[in-house]
Each structure stands twice: as C-alpha cells, then as structure tokens.
Design a protein around this ligand. Structure first.
Ligand SMILES: Nc1ncnc2c1ncn2[C@@H]1O[C@H](COP(=O)(O)OP(=O)(O)OP(=O)(O)O)[C@@H](O)[C@H]1O
Ligand SMILES: [Mg+2]
Length: 319
C-alpha cells in the first residue's frame, strides 16, 4: 500500500443534456478511512460515485481510484472496488446464496471459492437463515445487506455505498452501520453517500457536503457540527414577531438561522444551557413562544447554515 490516497478527484464535472450534475469536484480520501458525501436529492452523489466506479465518464476533470485512472485504467479500478446502492445488480429470482455465488463467478474466483466466500458473507451479514430463499421474500433491510454482501465478494480495497440506509427502519439502519464499521475495521476504504447527518456523524472520518454538484463544506463531523452548533434550539414564534425575536437573540451571539415564512428560528448551541437564555431574552423582548425544541442538527440545519435554504426546498429534483 502506497501513501497515495484511495481516491483523488480533480475538477470533476459532468454535464447531462441540459443538466450540470457536477460542477467541479476536488477531493482526496485517505486509505482506510470512511468518507461521507452528504447531500439532498439531486445534489450529484450518485453521479460522482458512478464516475469513480467507472460506470460513467466525467465531462471534464480526472480521478484516480486505488492509484489508477478511472478512464484509462478502468479494469484495474474495477478489480479493486465494490459498489452497492441505487443501481444494484442483484437478481430477484435467485436466492441470496445463488446471487453471491454468481457474483463470485462473474469475478472469476472459481465456483468452489465462490461458494465458500458466499457462506462467509451470509454468516457475517446475518443472512444464513435466509440464504436459500429468493430475494423476492427478503425485507428491505435484508436486501440491503445482501446487496452490500454482493459488493464485497471480491474483497475490494474500496467500497462505494450509495445511500445504503435510505428507506430502512431504525433497527435495520443500526445493523447496517455495524456492518460498515466492521468493514472499516478490516481496512476497507469506504465512500458513503447519504442524506442523513446522523449517519455520517456516526461513521465518517471526514464529510463533504454536496449541493448542486459542488462541495460546499468539507471537514470532520466535529468541524461540520461546530459550524452548525452541536445542538440546535428551534423556536417557533408568530411570523410578525420574527424581527423582534432575531434582535433579541442576536445579543446572545452565535448565528441564528431564520425561516421567516414558518416563523422558526434555529439557534445553535453547545447543549441545553442556552435554552433558559433564549426563553428569557424572548420574554424580555415581549415575544411569545409558540413552540421550542432542542435537537441534533439535521441535514436541513446544515443547509440552512451553509446556504440559507432548506435542502428539501430544492426544486425540480426527485428520486
Ligand atoms: N442520466 C441522466 N440524465 C440526465 N440527468 C441526469 C442523469 N443522471 C442524473 N441526472 C441529473 O443530475 C443531477 C444529479 O443527480 P444524482 O442522481 O447524481 O443526484 P443524487 O445526489 O444521487 O440524488 P438522490 O439523493 O436523489 O439519489 C440531478 O439533477 C439529476 O436529475
Ligand atoms: Mg443518488
């Protein structure tokens, strides 16, 4: 293993007919680390992953994966990566075991080795009991695990996980997180895309926030959360009171993010301590409080802080 990064992207741009999906992405991802690419629907996450995994050509820019150029040395790249997510290639009419054996054979590892590897992965992913059922009978969580297992048949150096937990219930999500942590403990580099801040907070060493095909923030989870505030106090006031509330809270310092139409103010804070200050300041200013909650920053809070718009307001983009 050299000291070059697992992934290096320089000025990656992608234009579809009339859509600029990627507007210049520069990134380096260290070997053995987990990088979380966080962004809303249509931000460009899947496009970027597809370019790095050689499924799609960039319009401009260059990228190296495991030290190989994704365009000129695509075969070398493919031999070293695993890919799972929104364009999974598993077959619904095959059983879990058959799918994994098929992937092994496609990789040319031989039937005996493919069977051994399938059993290992079924065991590791808690799917041994369901190994001989077709995927049609799998739950969403089981499918994701099988999908992930399929991408690991070839023991990749680098795993691309495109929204591995979107649509899963909380328990299945936790199970998948454990699996990703195991993978990383074994030295695999992981590039994970997600719409959940909580997920990258738990799993990622570094995070890139992507919006409209650009990286708009880059750093550790701590750095990102510091930018937003470790916790957020969300206060609801009458829309006519918003200006008075902002004035009252500005005295506290810290960047208050305002959603005027909703009459909501998001106040970054380190913990619960400022709740009392916020209530006191608003009361002193004669502003009535309609609601107040303390929560962990969400993707929306990150976006409100970084861009001043809600992630969910992005128009013209659907899954
Ligand atoms: N094959 C394509 N042809 C035309 N436009 C495309 C194509 N693939 C993606 N796009 C557009 O490129 C932009 C980025 O899409 P992409 O799928 O990369 O986003 P994403 O971040 O993965 O979103 P999601 O969270 O919904 O999966 C979107 O505006 C999308 O509509
Ligand atoms: Mg996507």
């Amino acid at each position: 293993m050299g000291s070059e990064p697992a992934i290096r992207a320089e000025g990656i741009e992608k234009d579809f007919k009339n859509v600029r999906a990627l507007a210049g992405i520069d990134l380096e991802i260290d070997r053995g680390s987990v990088f979380g690419l966080l962004g809303p629907n249509g931000a460009g996450k899947t496009t970027f992953v597809r370019i790095l995994s050689t499924l799609l050509r960039a319009s401009r820019g260059r990228a190296e994966v495991a030290g190989f150029d994704v365009r000129r040395e695509a075969d070398e790249v493919r031999a070293r990566i695993g890919l799972t997510g929104q364009f999974a290639a598993v077959d619904n009419d095959l059983t879990g075991r058959e799918n994994l054996v098929m992937f092994g054979q496609l990789l040319g590892i031989g039937k005996t080795r493919a069977k051994t590897r399938a059993d290992e992965l079924l065991d590791r992913f808690g799917l041994t009991g369901a190994a001989d059922r077709t995927l049609r009978g799998y739950s969403g969580g089981m499918r994701r695990r099988l999908d992930l297992a399929a991408s690991l048949v070839g023991e990749p150096e680098i795993a691309f996980l495109d929204e591995p937990t979107t649509g899963l219930d909380p328990r299945s999500r936790l199970e998948l997180w454990d699996i990703v942590e195991d993978l990383v403990a074994q030295g695999t580099t992981v590039l994970l895309t997600t719409q959940y801040l909580e997920e990258v907070d738990r799993l990622a060493d570094r995070i890139g926030v992507i919006d409209h095909g650009r990286v708009i923030a880059l750093g550790t989870p701590e750095e990102l959360k510091d930018a937003v505030g470790g916790r957020v106090i969300a206060v609801d006031v009458d829309t006519g009171d918003v200006d008075a509330a902002v004035a009252a809270l500005d005295a506290e310092g810290g960047k208050v993010v305002v959603d005027r139409e909703a009459g909501r103010l998001n106040v970054p804070t380190d913990g619960a301590a400022r709740v009392a200050d916020v209530v006191r300041d608003l009361d002193a200013a004669g502003v009535g409080i309609n609601g107040l909650e303390l929560h962990s920053p969400s993707l929306d809070d990150v976006f409100l802080t970084l861009t001043g718009t809600r992630a969910s307001d992005e128009e013209g983009e659907e899954r």
